[in-house]
Design a protein around this ligand. Structure first.
Ligand SMILES: Cc1ncc(COP(=O)(O)O)c(C=O)c1O
Length: 400
């Protein structure tokens, strides 16, 4: 019998080699208790959370929690059905209304995750004879959407406007073209030059989809993302987002002004052939989204945190993913996986959780310690975090 697992032997060996050093498994950490958006108990120890996507700190917002509890009481624990059958409750409509108001757009469609939103929208729009022109560092859900739809994929160099233009010009005349971009790229925390990229895409007759997973709530005057901040939101055909980051729960969505958008509800398989989100989840999401519309103070505080942490880490001598802070993600570049894992463990022992990220999630084979700030991190916590990086960096030889 052939062993279908043999294709994973390299990964198994890499994992075993790492764990043989006696290190805590960085990919198997348990949050034993979560006290707030910024503090959890891990291995029995108070740990500051700097590796969540809880950018706007909504997970413990009292109104959000109350809305979830009320929906549990009134509608039960789950819908047990697809959105197109028994799975559309008043709450699903309400969260779609909240999204339409948040983005000031005509249509909103909610999926069970952000992964499924990309999978569904991209695979449904871009079929076998269509072309998806995408940044090479796109999220896995974007690539999987292309694969599911069987579209022709043309990747271009990360954030390179000229490369995008050249690829667009290579698409055969008359073919369907979808350019897929992200607002913030989650590994290095860098922002896309959407203004130029959207202009080039439109000039070459392509529709544009922007995944704003890591910018919603935080970037742009109303928190609508990088497309808003760069003044091109009206030229973007589809915005994809998630509830699992700034919104603070789980779920995904697409918003659009396209007049035929609603037909997607009947033809998009990852929307049709899966159960809808539980009523408590959509109730928390709707409340959170409406509160994010009034969150300019939180946005300002989060920018302050991001700038301070970026400057502090740079001053300590760490190599960062961006020269200037561009988002709530600050990536610390490690020389290799072993050093990255040692630094990750040293930080955890200090009482700080960050994400250890490695290929294939990261670009160019990099190992990263990804720090994601939260609007609920206090100034004192940012100070504590810098102290922990100093101690762990020195103990592991990452800084002098
Ligand atoms: C850019 C991007 N798109 C989509 C997703 C998927 O979101 P979700 O967690 O809701 O499935 C992620 C998740 O990390 C992401 O980074």
């Amino acid at each position: 019998m052939s062993d279908l697992f043999s294709k994973f032997d390299d990964v198994i060996e890499q994992r075993e080699t790492l764990l043989a050093t006696g290190i805590i498994d960085p990919f198997n950490l348990v949050m034993e208790r979560v006290e707030s958006p910024t503090v959890a108990i891990c291995n029995g120890k108070r740990t500051i959370l700097l590796g969540t996507y809880n950018y706007m700190g909504m997970t413990f917002d009292p109104d959000v929690i109350a809305a979830g509890k009320q929906a549990l009481d009134e509608y039960g624990s789950g819908t047990t059905g697809s959105r197109v059958l028994n799975g559309t409750y008043a709450g699903h409509r309400a969260v779609e209304e909240a999204l339409k108001d948040f983005y000031a757009m005509d249509h909103a469609m909610v999926f069970s995750t952000g992964y499924q939103a990309n999978l569904g929208v991209i695979s449904t729009l871009a079929g076998k004879d269509d072309y998806v022109i995408l940044d090479i560092d796109s999220h896995a859900s974007i690539y999987d959407g292309c694969a599911l739809g069987n579209a022709q994929i043309i990747p271009f160099r990360h954030n390179d406007v000229d490369a995008l233009e050249k690829r667009l010009k290579r698409v055969p005349d008359g073919a369907g073209k979808l350019v897929v971009l992200e607002g913030v790229y989650s590994m290095l925390g860098d922002v896309a030059p959407l203004k130029e990229m959207v202009a080039v895409s439109k000039a070459n007759g392509a529709m544009v989809l922007v995944d704003e997973a890591h910018s919603m709530g935080f970037i742009g005057e109303h928190g609508r993302g990088v497309a808003e901040a760069q003044g091109v939101i009206d030229d973007v055909d589809f915005i994809i987002g998630t509830f699992s980051k700034s919104v603070g729960t789980v779920g995904g969505f697409c918003v659009s002004n396209h007049p035929k958008f609603e037909i997607l509800r009947l033809v998009c398989r990852p929307y049709v052939f899966t159960a809808s989100l539980p009523p408590s989840v959509v109730a928390t999401a709707a409340t959170s989204i409406r509160k994010l519309m009034q969150a300019s103070d939180k946005r300002e505080h989060l920018w302050g945190n991001s700038k301070r942490l970026h400057a502090g880490l740079k001053q300590l001598g760490f190599t960062l993913g961006t020269d200037e802070p561009q988002a709530a993600i600050i990536a610390v570049i490690m020389p290799d996986l072993a050093t990255g894992a040692a630094m990750w463990e040293a930080l955890l022992n200090e009482g700080l959780y960050v994400n250890l990220a490695r290929p294939p999630a990261t670009p160019a084979g990099m190992t990263l310690l990804r720090c994601s700030l939260c609007s609920e991190h206090s100034s004192e916590q940012v100070g504590e975090i810098l102290g922990m990086f100093t101690a762990a960096g020195r103990a592991t030889g990452c800084i002098a």
